[in-house]
Unconditional design. Structure first.
Length: 679
């Protein structure tokens, strides 16, 4: 059925989406220069070679092989989905060859450019049945051929992450490489570019160290494959379609950092900063970084003059038991480039202007450690730094969410007075909350004068509501013409659930209709529709044109039967495979419940069924959406677990609509999404 057959005029209503975006702080990166590094290897006394104890390739975790961690999502630590690189074709051909004939594949590139991840993806695709040996640096490898000849566990893969740590007379050398190749052993190795250059050019030194001489001879026998630090346009395009928010974040900064760099360096930098705030650490440097991070957390996106940061950081030095290092030492520590990627502070476009490495404020806004209040002097400074309109909008949103209304008002007032109806609407909400109804009426009048914000637009069935490039359902258009939408599936999370909250008449059903039409466009979902609205008319067109697998009204027995059947369907999918990512052949299941609070009131079993479907359905492509009046506990039938599951902004999406939408979004975000582990 084409959606033209169920077209109707649809209004653009005031919608406040659940996310206010991340703050982008761009800046130049200066890479360290390696000059005559000390290269050595300390061999262990005893070999540790027992092929019977080695795992198969498919049993090995990527992190055990040297792949860098990426930031967790909702306490899940799975690696982001692998994005194909242009170099993969060459890597695959070489890996397939050595899998059969033996020999070495060597991947080189900058630190955190993605060498280990690319190699891991290749061996998982081409060598799953191989037995893999992952020695530690310094392990004696010269006796390895003797052990493998006598073993029946082959074929074998020798994994050498950071090859320089294995070079030596008793380690990896040209003679051992030839011996292993003769018995069909595949070797996959990685090496940082700067060290590759040191070893490859060591013949120019008068008296090269032993490992350098061995490395030089070995590298002359192996053709390296270079993994670029920065991604190509086609690679960025593929990454932008992944649906994984960690990769999406990295893509946003891909003009400055490589995607792999951003993913890999962030967690390590965050950990180093947290460790610095201790005795014998870098307390002044940590305070300097905290200043820049908190400015970014307000929504301010620019780099800040170092003199301003120096002035402000003193206010964070409140622990008298810590011995603070000198200002110069603190600045040097905070700006030092790590991993060849970035420092904790990033140089701005102008001399001596600095901003926090983007990952740090993003990470703090996502975890409990970072939910500390932003000091008032930081809010004041963010507004004093003359941000542009985009910054003012973000600062206002962050301030409101943080409960500091005076700074939200200060940020949004100039926008509203300049004709931005959305800002005027938000100010009307705040002043009404504060009891200033005269001011609220004033801001409502300004809101009505913004044609873009207040006008009604027709729904055009010729315009798709599913973007196949981004894999998002389109639900609106920004002032600049950019479409607004969301993805129903994220690789690191699974299926996405959602709520559409607001008073009667604000457009909840209209928004749900847009989502349903987008799903029909995608041809990747089967619809289950349950209507508990008093009007009993919202799904009539879908019923008329048989556009949904199941449609029912406000019959409790029918609704319970449908939800019980869906629960059994989830269990069936869990026993099978191939349902994680919705596709035309293995479609996802989309469950929509209109005015779900009426159904929850009718039976406590409903909320329990919905909770189990929501929790278990994520992994098998089952999404649950519902329209409700607000995000209060009563709207979820008194089931706190269900409310927590459906309002968790890491796992769900939310549309908070109408005059109370802004307040509902703030309250929903303030809800704890995790229980005390000791209760």
């Amino acid at each position: 059925m084409s959606k033209e057959r169920i077209s109707k005029r649809m209004r653009r209503n005031k919608v406040t989406a659940s996310g206010d975006g991340s703050v982008a702080a761009a800046g130049d990166i200066r890479s360290p220069i390696f000059t005559n590094p000390k290269i050595y290897i300390e061999l262990k006394d005893e070999p540790s070679l027992n092929p019977a104890q080695w795992p198969k390739v498919h049993e090995v975790d990527a992190l055990k092989l040297g792949v860098h961690r990426a930031r967790p999502v909702n306490n899940r630590t799975e690696l982001p989905s692998y994005i194909l690189r242009e170099v993969d074709r060459k890597v695959a051909a070489r890996v397939k060859h050595v899998a059969i004939h033996g020999g070495m594949v060597l991947l080189t590139g900058d630190s955190t450019s993605g060498k280990s991840r690319t190699a891991y993806h290749a061996v998982q695709r081409c060598m799953q049945g191989h037995t893999i040996y992952v020695p530690t640096h310094g392990t004696r490898l010269d006796e390895l051929p003797d052990y493998l000849i006598e073993s029946e566990r082959g074929p074998y893969l020798l994994w050498l992450d950071d090859l320089e740590g294995f070079l030596g007379d008793r380690g990896m050398n040209p003679t051992l490489l030839q011996a292993l190749e003769n018995i069909g052993v595949a070797i996959v190795a990685t090496m940082r570019d700067e060290l590759f250059e040191v070893y490859a050019n060591s013949q120019h030194h008068q008296e090269p160290a032993t490992s350098q001489r061995i490395g030089n001879r070995l590298l002359r026998a192996v053709e390296p494959i270079f993994i670029p630090r920065l991604w190509s346009v086609s690679e960025i395009e593929r990454a932008s379609k992944s649906g994984d928010e960690r990769i999406t974040d990295a893509v946003a900064y891909s003009a400055t950092y490589g995607v792999s760099e951003y993913l890999a360096a962030g967690p390590a930098l965050l950990e180093e900063w947290q460790r610095a705030q201790r005795v014998h650490g870098h307390p002044r440097g940590a305070a300097l970084v905290q200043t820049a991070v908190d400015l970014a957390r307000t929504g301010f996106s620019g780099a800040v003059d170092i003199n301003i940061l120096e002035e402000l950081h003193h206010k964070y030095l409140t622990n008298s038991t810590l011995r603070n290092e000198s200002w110069q030492d603190a600045k040097t520590w905070a700006t030092k480039v790590r991993f060849g990627v970035a420092g904790l502070l990033i140089l701005g476009d102008y001399e001596e202007t600095w901003s926090a490495f983007d990952y740090l404020p993003d990470a703090l806004n996502r975890n409990e450690w970072g939910r500390r209040d932003i000091p008032e002097f930081i809010w004041q400074e963010a507004l004093n730094l003359c941000p542009d309109d985009d910054d003012r909008w973000r600062i206002g949103m962050r301030a409101y969410m943080s409960g500091v209304n005076e700074y939200a008002i200060a940020a949004w007032e100039p926008l509203a007075l300049n004709g931005n109806g959305a800002a005027a609407s938000n100010l009307a909400v705040i002043t009404s909350e504060m009891g200033d109804h005269s001011a609220a009426r004033y801001w409502r009048r300004l809101e009505s004068q913004d044609e873009f914000h207040s006008k009604t637009v027709p729904y055009d069935p010729a315009i798709p509501l599913y973007d196949s490039d981004t894999r998002k359902i389109v639900t609106g258009v920004r002032r600049d013409g950019e479409t607004v939408g969301f993805s129903l599936h994220k690789p690191a999370v699974g299926a996405i659930h959602g709520i559409i909250a607001g008073d009667k008449g604000v457009g909840k059903s209209n928004t749900l209709m847009l989502i349903l039409l987008g799903l029909l466009d995608s041809q990747k979902y089967v619809l289950f529709l349950i209507d508990w609205s008093p009007e009993q008319k919202h799904f009539e067109l879908f019923k008329k044109h048989q556009a949904a697998y199941h449609i029912s009204g406000n019959s409790l027995s029918t609704s319970l039967a449908a939800l019980r059947g869906l629960e059994r369907l989830v269990e069936y999918r869990k026993r099978k495979s191939g349902y994680a990512t919705p596709a035309h052949e293995t479609p996802g299941i989309f469950i929509a419940i209109e005015e779900a609070h009426f159904l929850f009131d009718a039976s406590s079993e409903v909320a329990s069924l919905c909770l189990r479907i929501a929790k278990e359905g994520r992994a098998v492509g089952v999404s649950l959406f519902m329209t409700i009046p607000d995000a209060s506990l009563e709207s979820f039938g008194g089931n706190e677990d269900l409310r927590s599951e459906m309002t968790n902004h890491e796992l769900s999406t939310g549309y908070y609509m109408g005059d109370n939408g802004l307040q509902m979004m703030r309250d929903a975000k303030a809800m704890p999404n995790e229980q005390d582990p000791y209760e």
